[in-house]
Structures are given as C-alpha cells and as structure tokens.
Design a protein around this ligand. Structure first.
Ligand code: ASP
Length: 170
C-alpha cells in the first residue's frame, strides 16, 4: 500500500480560536506529517510506504498539484493507494483522478478529517484513515472518497459544508 500525503486538516497543527477550544478552520499551519504515528497507533502492520507530495490546504490546490498526485500514482507499482487530502476539494481531486484511464487498474481512496489528528480523540482522523485503509484493500479498482464511515464513488460525492459531512450527489 502506498500513502500519498497532500495536507488538509487531517495533518494540520491545531490553531485555536480565542475561546481556546474551537479549532480555527481557516488556519493553514502544517508541520511534519502525523501519518507514521497514526499507523502505529492503529497497529497497521501491512507492508506500506509513505510519500509526502506537499502539505497544503486543499483550497489552495491547483491542477498542477493534482497532476503531481496523478503522476505519483501512475509511476508506482502499488495498486492500493490511500491519499490524505483536505476535505474542501476532495471530491474535485477524486473526479480529476477518475478521468485518467491509466489509473483504472488501481484502487485509490482519498480521505481526510474535519478536525486535525493532533487535537486528540475528538478528531475523526484515525477513524477515517482506518476506513480508507480497509477500503483500499477490499474495494475493486476505482477512485473513492472515504469519509463518515462510507466509501463514495468519485463523481458521486459532495461535502455538505453546513452539516460537515460527505454525501452522495445522486
Ligand atoms: N480547508 C481544509 C482543506 O480542505 C478543510 C479540511 O481539510 O477539512 O484542506
């Protein structure tokens, strides 16, 4: 399994609003990825490698970033890929990857979190990552978004910003 990291809230350093409790959704502070720690905590023992492509808020993601991600997927022999990504443009990136027929033999699962892993147990990061890992091993080839305990097919998923959850379009 290959983990490709692109940033997003899952890997942000938490910046709190003046109340000291609420995470500032607009913050864009990144440090080192937390993924190795997350995999250790989850006791994931499968063979894997991790590649950090960039650490950005997905609102700042351009098609150049998406091309870089696509190239990393084309170039690897791995067929099970988990991509960590910001939630705001995760559906767009899933659709972008879904257009490329050269990726059709792989199972590509994008995931992220509404709260940074580093805020602790309130974060959905570990749950989502665990789901993504399972889906990458269990689902047939294709591009998926794993959020809220569900695997959504690319081109049929949207983020309901008000509710803070992912839903199918149809
Ligand atoms: N703005 C963040 C992003 O898309 C939101 C998130 O990851 O939940 O990177």
């Amino acid at each position: 399994m290959l983990f490709l990291l692109t940033g997003g809230t899952i890997d942000k350093q938490p910046v709190y609003l003046p109340d000291g409790k609420t995470f500032d959704n607009d913050s864009k502070v990144f440090g080192e990825t937390h993924l190795p720690e997350m995999l250790e905590k989850a006791q994931f023992l499968g063979a894997h490698s991790i590649k950090t492509l960039f650490m950005i808020d997905s609102l700042d993601m351009t098609d150049e970033h998406r091309e870089q991600l696509e190239t990393a997927i084309v170039e690897t022999d791995e067929t099970q890929i988990v991509v960590t990504h910001g939630t705001d443009t995760m559906p767009e990136t899933a659709s972008y990857l879904n257009r490329n027929e050269r990726l059709a033999a792989k199972t590509i699962v994008l995931t992220g979190a509404m709260l940074p892993y580093s805020v602790g147990e309130e974060s959905d990061a570990l749950f989502n990552l665990g789901n993504a890992i399972a889906y990458a091993q269990a689902l047939p080839s294709g591009v998926y978004v794993a959020m809220n305990g569900q695997a959504f097919e690319a081109d049929n998923v949207r983020k309901d910003v008000e509710a803070g959850v992912f839903k199918p379009i149809k």
